[in-house]
Write a protein that binds this ligand. Sequence first.
Ligand code: IDP
Ligand code: MG
Length: 157
Amino acid sequence: FLPHLVASLEQVEQTYIMVKPDGVQRGLVGEIISRFERKGFKLTGLKLFQCPKELAEEHYKDLKTKSFYSTLIDYITSGPVVWEGVGVVASARKLIGSTNPLQAEPGTIRGDLAVQTGRNVVHGSDSPENGKRETALWFKEGELCEWTPAQAPWLME
Ligand code: IDP
Ligand code: MG
C-alpha cells in the first residue's frame, strides 16, 4: 500500500486549523484536536503560540475593511493559540461549522462548543490556496512532519 499512498500525497490538501485563545482558555484544545483525529485527518504540525499583532494582521488581511477587524485582531492576540496542520479543506470547514455559532449545526465544533461569532473557538482555512498561505505563515520549514499513519490503509482504499 505504500507506493499508492505516496502517489496520492500529491492530491492531499493542506489546511490550517487554529484553536483560538478562547478555545485554549476554556480547555478545549484536546476536544477540538480530537475531532480532527477521529475523522481521520493526519496531524503534520502542532504548536502552542502567542500570536504577535503583525502575524494576526497578515493572517486576516482579507478582512481589513470589516468593522470588526480591530476586535478580531485583539481577540486572536489575547492569548495562546494552537495550530494544527491537517488535510482536506472543505471537510474541515464542515467539522468546524458556520462562522456564527448560533447558526452552526449541532455536531459541529462551533455548534457544540460556542455561542458568539467573536468567540467561535476555532479557525480553518477557507480554500486550498489559503491553506497553503496560512501554513507557510505559521510554520517554518522543518516544523512539519512527514509520516505515514499506521491506520492509513484502514482509512483509505
Ligand atoms: P470563518 O472563521 O468562519 O472563516 P470569517 O468570515 O473568515 O469566518 O471571519 C474570521 C473571523 O472573524 C471569524 O471566525 C470571527 O472570529 C470573526 N468575525 C467574523 N464576523 C464577525 C462579526 O460580525 N463580529 C465579530 N467577529 C466576527
Ligand atoms: Mg475565514
